[in-house]
Design a protein around this ligand. Structure first.
Ligand SMILES: C[S@@+](CC[C@H](N)C(=O)[O-])C[C@H]1O[C@@H](n2cnc3c(N)ncnc32)[C@H](O)[C@@H]1O
Length: 363
């Protein structure tokens, strides 16, 4: 361990974390994180660091976020920075990702305390503004069911609230444009599938908008903004630009976000909603961060929003369930709906970061 410290994690925990780094399927679009994951998986001291996060936190996202955060906040002249496309001036090529391992090991030894402080205190809060497209698509798909009644929109795991301002952005999908054409935030995605594309401009009116998060990210706080930037993978320049534009836009009118665990907060929030009025709850890449033994309580708290009015429960978390496609080669996550009748449906299949949408026949 760094500095001769005793190991604080069990063998079973270390094995779990090692597996996460040994099979980093999530980093298909980050050659650097793929290469560095292999370095971490083979190094007990790095695994120890990566395992120091709060329960339920994905060690890979948290560890690499912390490394980039320390690089961005004072250690930018470390040799490791030469492998990060995000840290180099325009026109300077990064060194080959597969050679970065030794630089990471040395960096972690030099900055172990700073890394441990970030990993122990921060959460994986990546706020992907592109996921607003999933919310908008789903709202358009259920607009007829909701009718002309304004809805109360609640996002669970809202992070900085970027998705809650989905109505301030422009969208381009399948050659069609929707939303605000002059917005500084323009979201572009590929369209696949044989299903019908709903009119993304025909949306239910909003009666209220609010988020819930364990630890709301303050769009006005420079440290919080920095942490969101640190969570963007080094190769994703476009995403970094989009994130900054969205943070600036949302900072002009941040949505209210209630601090707390959804399990504790939602029942009270449900009681405060006007009786009988329609409500939509949305969560993306959030349930996966809830410790497995608390997921039933998480689902129950969300369902409680439907006790005093019709609830449309939308999510993007996991593989489609059920997956109605005959050809599943594209992969993707389900844009899921559970309607007021309790029926679960897949509205579309989407890439996890909403880079593409696959429509489904008959939906
Ligand atoms: C990976 S981020 C995703 C943020 C956003 N939904 C998106 O798609 O861009 C997950 C967010 O869920 C929050 N979160 C995780 N568990 C939670 C819980 N039990 N209650 C409320 N928020 C939670 C985290 O704090 C974090 O901000």
């Amino acid at each position: 361990m760094f500095g001769g410290m005793e190991s604080k994690i069990t063998d079973a925990h270390r094995a779990l974390v090692r597996r996460a780094f040994a099979e980093p399927g999530e980093f298909a679009t980050s050659p650097l994180y793929q290469a560095l994951s292999r370095t971490v998986a083979a190094d007990d001291a790095l695994l120890e660091l990566a395992a120091a996060g709060r329960p339920g936190q994905y060690p890979t996202f948290l560890f690499f976020g912390a490394v980039q955060q320390v690089l961005l906040t004072g250690a930018g002249d470390d040799p490791l920075a030469a492998y990060y496309p995000s840290l180099l001036p325009d026109g300077v090529a990064a060194r080959p990702a597969e050679e970065a391992g030794p630089a990471l090991v040395a960096f972690c030894a030099r900055h172990a305390d700073a890394l441990r402080a970030v990993i122990g205190s921060r959460l994986v809060q990546t706020n992907q503004v592109q996921r607003s497209l999933g919310l908008r698509f789903a709202l358009a798909a259920i607009a007829d069911e909701i009718g002309d009644r304004p809805v109360h929109l609640i996002e669970v795991g809202a992070s900085a609230g970027l998705n809650l301002r989905f109505d301030r952005y422009g969208y381009r999908l399948g050659g069609r444009r929707f939303g605000e054409p002059d917005s500084p935030v323009q979201l572009v995605a590929e369209l696949h599938g044989d299903g019908e594309l709903p009119d993304l401009d025909a949306l239910p009116a909003l009666a209220s908008v609010r988020g819930v998060d364990l630890n709301p990210v303050d769009v006005l706080d420079p440290d919080d903004r920095q942490w969101l930037r640190a969570l963007v993978w080094p190769e994703h320049h476009d995403q970094r630009i989009l994130l900054t534009a969205a943070l600036d836009l949302v900072a002009g009118d941040p949505p209210p976000i209630v601090r707390g665990d959804a399990i504790d907060v939602l029942p009270g929030l449900a009681a405060g909603l006007p009786d009988g009025e329609p409500r939509v709850v949305f969560h993306s890449a959030t349930r996966m961060h809830v410790p497995a033994e608390r997921r039933a309580a998480f689902d129950g708290a969300i369902a409680s929003l439907g006790e005093t009015g019709p609830l449309w429960w939308l999510s993007v978390e996991d593989v489609p369930d059920p997956d109605p496609r005959t050809d599943r080669s594209r992969g993707g996550a389900g844009l899921q709906l559970r309607g007021p009748d309790g029926e679960a449906r897949v509205l579309a299949v989407v890439e996890g970061h909403l880079r593409w949408v696959e429509t489904l026949p008959g939906v």
